[in-house]
Design a protein around this ligand. Structure first.
Ligand SMILES: Nc1ncnc2c1ncn2[C@@H]1O[C@H](COP(=O)(O)OP(=O)(O)OP(=O)(O)O)[C@@H](O)[C@H]1O
Length: 227
């Protein structure tokens, strides 16, 4: 589903690549934690999958396509296959919960009848039934992250990328978010999550890919956060 083939990525005006000759293969339906110190390249990895950055050398394959060869007009179609969740939720503050989720469908031109049917379904899936009319600032952090996950998943992407999704949440709220990501993964969605949350990684026992200074230094199935 995602394959990095000797991927090097250097940002302009830096003397060390953010990723150096990285080889990683992530199969359909896998759940992978990306761990490593700050600056080790986790977010860069995720940005390359989304074609928000371009590899300096090597190739990034997503769903069988070499994204560096993807013409600009096909990038929106690539991104429609990928849901993204961030540490800071990134909800639209002036829209209700339902409107935030609906927006993700409206921008890709789904008919209103579909939006009306699908939004309550996904809100129920994330445990927010009955809260569709709330504004984001009327929700807890964990609930806001559930809205963000609903928005990322409503279009049933094949891949879900999560960049520190529990970074702003307390431990028990984080466990709830991880249960939800696990459930989404069980529907067949490939999940790649960058995290510093050692407790979560140790509890989940999923595949762990560890980066350090842009290199893969560990790739372990049913791994833990660190040795
Ligand atoms: N836009 C940029 N311009 C120049 N250098 C960058 C840019 N973004 C990231 N870098 C550098 O690339 C390297 C990898 O950064 P990246 O954000 O991928 O790390 P990370 O593992 O996600 O870190 P964190 O855990 O702090 O989010 C770092 O050395 C960083 O300083």
């Amino acid at each position: 589903m995602i394959r990095f083939d000797a991927v090097t990525m250097s940002y302009p005006r830096t003397n060390r690549p953010a990723l150096g000759a990285v080889d990683v293969e992530i199969g359909k339906g896998e759940f992978v934690f990306l761990v490593g110190p700050s600056g080790s390249g986790k977010s860069t990895f995720l940005r390359l999958v989304l074609k928000e950055e371009r590899a300096t050398a090597g190739a990034v394959y997503v769903a069988g396509r070499d994204v560096s060869r993807l013409p600009a007009w096909k990038v929106p179609a690539l991104r429609r296959q990928i849901g993204v969740v961030f540490q800071d939720f990134r909800l639209l503050p002036g829209k209700t919960v339902s409107q935030n989720v609906a927006f993700a469908l409206e921008v890709i031109g789904k008919p209103r009848s579909v939006v009306r049917a699908v939004v309550p379904e996904v809100l129920e899936l994330v445990g927010l039934q009955g809260k569709g009319d709330r504004m984001p600032d009327e929700l807890s952090g964990g609930e806001q992250q559930r809205v963000a996950i609903a928005r990322a998943f409503v279009n049933r992407p094949t891949i879900l990328l999560a960049d520190e999704p529990t970074g702003n949440l307390d431990p028990s709220t984080s466990v709830g978010i991880m249960r939800l990501l696990d459930r989404i993964n069980r529907t067949g969605t490939t999940v790649v999550m960058a995290t510093h949350d050692n407790d979560i990684v140790d509890q989940m026992r999923k595949r762990v890919v560890e980066l350090d200074e842009g290199q893969v230094v560990r790739d372990q199935s049913r791994g833990v956060y660190g040795y």
